[in-house]
Design a protein around this ligand. Structure first.
Ligand code: PGA
Length: 258
């Protein structure tokens, strides 16, 4: 679809449960590379790092006045309450985040999160003025028996709220088997799923879906970024391991240089 190429891409790094204060230096190197502009700095994309919650406020402070955006990795559906250990979307916003990942497969697996809860978290993100980065993706077993599109379709229908717009929502396709494994789907497989997502979201949300960013995630690195980011309907990347080191992350951002 030609409209997809007009979408400003987003490359978001997900640090997962990695990073102490001392590690913020890597994020600051990314910030400085963006400031310098051009070069390998991905001038054609929005760039975000989602550090652990303990570092959101400090990174947001470090990023003031720069192009580097800061996001959270999860939020609770409620704005406040007796929920020990949880973090409200409002708290992430207060700390300086502008987005939050919801429904990552590690949350789905480790915490038993289902689509209805993920939708409630996305709605919480919207309520707090954050962009919800909603993750979907099939397991290896589901792909093996041909259920990929069915699973992704069910997750989109269940997890993407009615109020989702191109401005407040990003969808990330992350095949579970590609996360942290070094494996990636072929460009043709990615194209098929992203085309399917664009069409499914159009049915759910109407024309908003035309300009909604659809990220690919799962073992994105500098060596495959250009090919994966060049696939139709891929509007950026969600990057795990390769976002921890500034050089690796900037190598991915280079896919978005003129
Ligand atoms: P990975 O993780 O890049 O390390 O495969 C991606 C993700 O889980 O978002």
């Amino acid at each position: 679809m030609s409209t997809a190429r007009k979408i400003r891409p987003l490359v978001a790094g997900n640090w997962k449960m990695n990073g102490l204060k001392a590690g913020l230096g890597e994020a600051c190197k990314v910030r400085d590379a963006l400031k310098a502009g051009g070069g390998s700095a991905g001038a054609e994309a929005d760039v975000m790092i989602c550090p652990p919650a303990t570092l959101v406020a400090a990174l947001a402070q470090d990023a003031v006045g720069s192009r580097l955006l800061v996001g959270g990795q999860d939020c609770h559906a409620k704005a406040s309450g007796a929920n020990t250990g949880d973090i409200a979307a409002e708290m992430l916003a207060d700390a300086g985040a502008t987005a939050v990942i919801v429904g990552h497969s590690e949350r789905r697996m480790d915490h038993g999160e289902l689509d209805a809860e993920i939708r409630a978290k996305a709605e919480a993100a919207h309520r707090a003025g954050l962009i919800a980065i909603i993750c979907v993706g099939e397991t290896a077993g589901e792909r093996a028996i041909g259920l990929t599109l069915q699973v992704v379709g069910r997750q989109l229908a269940g997890a993407v709220p009615k109020g989702a717009t191109a401005a407040n929502t990003v969808v990330a396709y992350e095949p579970v088997w590609a996360i942290g494994t070094g494996l990636t789907p072929t460009a043709a497989d990615v194209a098929q799923v992203h085309q399917f997502m664009r069409e499914a979201l159009s049915k759910q949300l109407g024309s908003e879906a035309n300009s909604m960013r659809l990220l690919y995630g799962g073992s994105v690195k500098a060596s495959n970024a250009k090919e994966l980011m060049g696939v139709a309907n891929v509007d950026g990347a969600l990057v795990g391991g390769a976002s921890l080191k500034a050089d690796d992350f900037c190598g991915i951002l280079a896919a978005y240089c003129k």
